[in-house]
Unconditional design. Structure first.
Length: 137
């Protein structure tokens, strides 16, 4: 049973990647858009964090690499070893990034919910057509 479930899951992932149906394409396009936007937001926020924090006393954000590490961990909503921002601008940026991260998580949840709903309707329709074909045939 677990092998069958894993196989079905892998088939669905493959179908999303190749956009087998409009429902698969819809999910793929949404997830890809969110991922690309998040990479862009991360890169821009890292630059802003560096500009806002690099001259602050006792900051740990001194290079673009450390800023990128900090923004990546913030956007992934995990903690890092780098301390929180010291400047007011850095703190505002931190809050904005956290709001963005929550928005991404809820958007992804909505995308997957819509996907499962649509896939259920597609399966029901396919089953109905197959039943009708067997009855006619």
């Amino acid at each position: 049973m677990p092998h069958r479930l894993l196989g079905a899951l892998l088939r669905e992932v493959y179908d999303v990647a190749r956009a087998r149906t409009p429902t698969h394409r819809h999910l793929r396009d949404r997830v890809l858009a969110i991922a690309l936007l998040s990479v862009l937001v991360n890169l821009v926020c890292a630059l802003l964090a560096l500009l806002l924090e690099r001259h602050a006393p006792q900051t740990q954000v001194r290079t673009y690499g450390s800023a990128l590490f900090w923004t990546s961990t913030q956007l992934l909503t995990v903690s890092s070893s780098i301390q929180n921002p010291i400047t007011d601008g850095g703190r505002v940026l931190d809050v904005v990034m956290e709001l963005y991260a929550v928005t991404v998580v809820t958007s992804l949840a909505g995308c997957f919910g819509a996907f499962f709903h649509r896939r259920g309707r597609e399966r029901d329709e396919a089953e109905r057509l197959a039943s009708a074909a067997r009855a006619a045939g």
